[in-house]
Design a protein around this ligand. Structure first.
Ligand SMILES: [Zn+2]
Length: 378
């Protein structure tokens, strides 16, 4: 027999939730061939108790920050949070590595099978060769001025080489956030990331838009730590996304992360700009991190109404209590009445795989759907 026939109590195919009256056909390499009614599936059907579904995709994580779990107070606002991360992230390698191992296990136990992981260091590298999870690594670039560009890009390229050579997953360079990446670096990144998947933290706090609109606000506190009295990033008089998105014109797929303070007119503007410039946008929500840092959440149903491609992430353990995507889904379901179980599954294990451009890994005998149904009803 060239393929497997699997039947569960439920089946989710990445788009739609079925009952137990269908059979999933997988080829010898575990790739989906078709879904057919039981009556047409013939003999040799394997029954697996529970649900069958593609593994969950955590589209935004910083696994290397796992040792900061429980170290930073909640509801400080983004600028104070970032200052704490900078102050506390350096510590003994053994502490960092132990926390990475625990974070990885937590994700695996949760049914996560692919991760978009932000990397500023090589600490996670040894864990990625046989993790049982596939990774897309985003090598993060921070470059506040033209003067910094050469040293910052050289360091990012060096880290990219290490990941390319020493682990099996795809690797791309990515800008950290609008307030830490100078236009000179955006131009350089546009050239370096042709046809690649990249990511950017987007509109995570009201201060981010204020910085670009008027050059004022909370981010000046962040720059003071680097000895700057005003914004090193040019003030454009616009919201932040309008200052950086037009730099990308080389067929990139761009994962916008957070979008907590992305107004409706920016959602529309970004879609039109992306279309015009030949780039594809994905919107990644990490709502438990937003609750942790800013005490708020994005209006996700608004993004749904505009047909945005939605994916989910946990962000890091510096701003979350777990790396479980089912916790993110449960929080979604209990906070937004209009979001259905099927929506959350489509984002976590349908669109997530498309965003990372990876072939789904199927989970069998999993209790994920029953757990979420129970939580939704609870
Ligand atoms: Zn993040």
């Amino acid at each position: 027999m060239a393929y497997q026939k699997l039947r569960g109590d439920q089946l989710f195919d990445g788009q739609k939730l079925y009952g137990n009256d269908v059979v999933l056909l997988l080829d010898a390499r575990g790739r989906k061939i078709d879904i057919v009614p039981v009556s047409e599936a013939g003999e040799d059907i394997h029954y697996l108790p529970g649900a069958i579904l593609p593994g969950l995709v955590n589209a935004h994580c910083h696994l290397e920050l796992s040792h900061l779990k429980g170290r930073i107070p909640e509801h400080t606002g983004l600028v104070s949070f970032l200052q704490q991360v900078v102050q506390q992230r350096a510590t003994e390698p053994s502490i960092i590595e132990e926390a990475i191992g625990l974070g990885l296990q937590e994700m695996k136990d949760d049914g996560i099978r692919a991760v978009g992981d932000i990397c500023n260091t090589a600490h996670t590298l040894p864990f990625k060769t046989q993790a049982g999870i596939r990774f897309h690594q985003f090598i993060e670039l921070i470059s506040l001025s033209e003067a910094q560009l050469e040293t910052r890009t050289a360091a990012a390229l060096q880290l990219r080489e290490r990941f390319l050579n020493e682990q099996p997953g795809p690797v791309s360079l990515s800008p950290h956030a609008p307030y830490t990446v100078h236009p000179a670096a955006l131009r350089w990144l546009n050239e370096q990331t042709r046809e690649q998947l990249i990511t950017m933290h987007n509109q995570e706090t009201p201060a981010e838009n204020e910085l670009f609109q008027s050059g004022t606000g909370d981010f000046l506190r962040l720059y003071q730590a680097f000895g700057q009295t005003s914004s090193p990033i040019p003030v454009t008089g616009t919201t932040s996304i309008r200052a950086w998105l037009p730099y990308f014109r080389n067929g990139q797929r761009i994962l916008l992360v957070h979008n907590t303070f992305m107004p409706e007119e920016d959602i529309v503007w970004a879609m039109e700009t992306a279309e015009r410039n030949g780039v594809t946008l994905y919107h990644c929500f990490c709502i438990r991190a937003n609750q942790y840092i800013e005490g708020t959440m994005p209006d996700i149903p608004l993004f749904q109404r505009y047909g945005c491609r939605i994916v989910l992430g946990t962000d890091s353990l510096s701003s979350n209590h777990s790396l479980r995507l089912t916790d993110e889904m449960q929080t979604l379901l209990s906070n937004f009445d209009s979001i259905t179980l099927e929506d959350s599954l489509r984002w976590a294990c349908g669109t997530g795989w498309k965003a990372l451009d990876m072939e789904p890994v199927w989970l069998t005998g999993s209790a994920i759907i029953q757990r979420l149904q129970h939580r939704q009803g609870a």
